[in-house]
Ligand binder design. Sequence first.
Ligand code: C2O
Ligand code: CU
Length: 581
Amino acid sequence: MTTGSLLAADLVIAVLAAAGWLGGGAASAARRRPLTLGLAAFALLATLARAITIIALARAGWWFAAEKVLIAAPLSLAAVGVAVPRLLRASGDIRSVAVPLLFAGYATSSALLVTILHGYPASAGVGLLAVAGVVAATAVSWRALGARPSRTVSRATLVVAVAALVTGTGLTVAPDGAPAVPHDHGYRDARTVGVGEPTRRFTLTAGTATVSVSGRDVAAWAFNAQVPGPELTATVGDVVEVTLRNRDIERGVTLHWHGYDVPNSQDGVPGVTQAAVLPGQEFVYRFRADQAGTYWYHTHSVSDVGVRMGLYGVLVVRPGPMTGLDVTVPVHTLGGRPLPAPRTERVEAGTPVRLRLINTDSTTHRYALAGTAFRVAAIDGFDLRGPTPLVDTAVLIPAGGRYDLVFDAPATPVALLVDERAVYSTGSVSTATGAWPVLDPLTYGVASPVPWSRFDRKFTLVLDRGLDLHELLPRYAHTVNGAADPDIPPQVVRLGDVVRFTIVNRSQTVHPWHLHGHHVLVLSRDGKPAAGSPLWLDSFDVRPGEVWEVAFRADNPGMWANHCHNLAHADAGMTLHLMYS
Ligand code: C2O
Ligand code: CU
């Protein structure tokens, strides 16, 4: 069983246990003896089963089990300890076990809520809050069922509840006051950044537009009235200058060069590296094109909405003059419909072809190239070492990620399918690709040793969901280490540090991780060292239950966003910052 399915099973079992005890309590209050005994037996089994999932999760990694071991397990133990002896002694009126069974129900529910609402890391405040809830609910049931809690019990309840409120909520509101990300600290646009005279100039004007997608008009936000925006191309050594204008996007726009490790002042993150460009304003970006490869650009102002509405485009930097056929395939979902429109062209046999696959959506896409053997030449703009030919193999590209596939055109047609839909072909191909195996980039190509043996800084990011009080409005945020943006403490590094991130996903959804300004080298996944070509990524899917170790050299000073590229998640809390001291 994978850790991801263990996490899901644990949740289901926890729900069953809580429901069983609560149902048993209700049945006994209604004097339904057989039903009470049946539900209690079921609940007991579920509670014991949860002990097994908790142990298994603790073995997979402490991050997956901390609050379960420290808070949920003691609560479940108390549930069993209180309910079972009373059940065994319940010979007369079955109603006499109602309060103990309800107590067990509250204890197991509270154990469940701690996992759903808080998660990692476990804290004393949260534990106390959980206990207070159980005590209070039990006291209320006790009263409602006619019995009276003694004065000592009532007083104790009050004390626990007050203490819990003070410590517990205090923790959710301010998890140790994160040093704030600087605002408006004299942002520089390209006119003040000396990288030389531009050799490639572009102007992108953002505005609302109506674009046609598979024959239907869709309201979009577009660069130069087209979705995707114009394809920007350059050759290594060029100085690229892009003037961004905002015609009428009320919520502001910026340009972020996804995967391009530009100087910090050109990175396009509003409130961090520049102010958002408002209607009527402009901003000039300038950077030297020193990395060849496939990249993309997109707005970073209300990025969840902005990118989804169409403010994105392709950036391709070539090492020299173009040879062969070079096709970019930026995949996107606009107004619920897939882009790009399918395209067919005739290609002469023997022509070298490079397909640049770009996923600009917020979720993973599956790509399959039928009709030819191919190699994955590059991922996220970095060439792979010793890629071998692949046949009938699909690739999964994370949100924000890019794969370059290369092959020599055969005499027979080839077709590229995205999620089973043909988007590019050289003729008609009828191959079912749905059952193809998926390439694991961690075992593809030829390995070379990791360039570092020690790490100056190590950070762990535990990804989850949790209750967050955002400006005192509760929200079910996407969290990192139990906190949500803007309360996640920044990661502070020094120029030259070798930094290691351990990224743990204990949630039920995929999180495509994306660090700005740096490519990270994949060290391992789930404890298994990467065995293929060195993988220098800027976007990678951390699936439920997975643990990734990646590293990079801190060589690009500034304040960098570090976030999930499911942009709805990023917006709902899953964003933090890497900061140079
Ligand atoms: Cu492609 Cu911070 O984003
Ligand atoms: Cu996410």
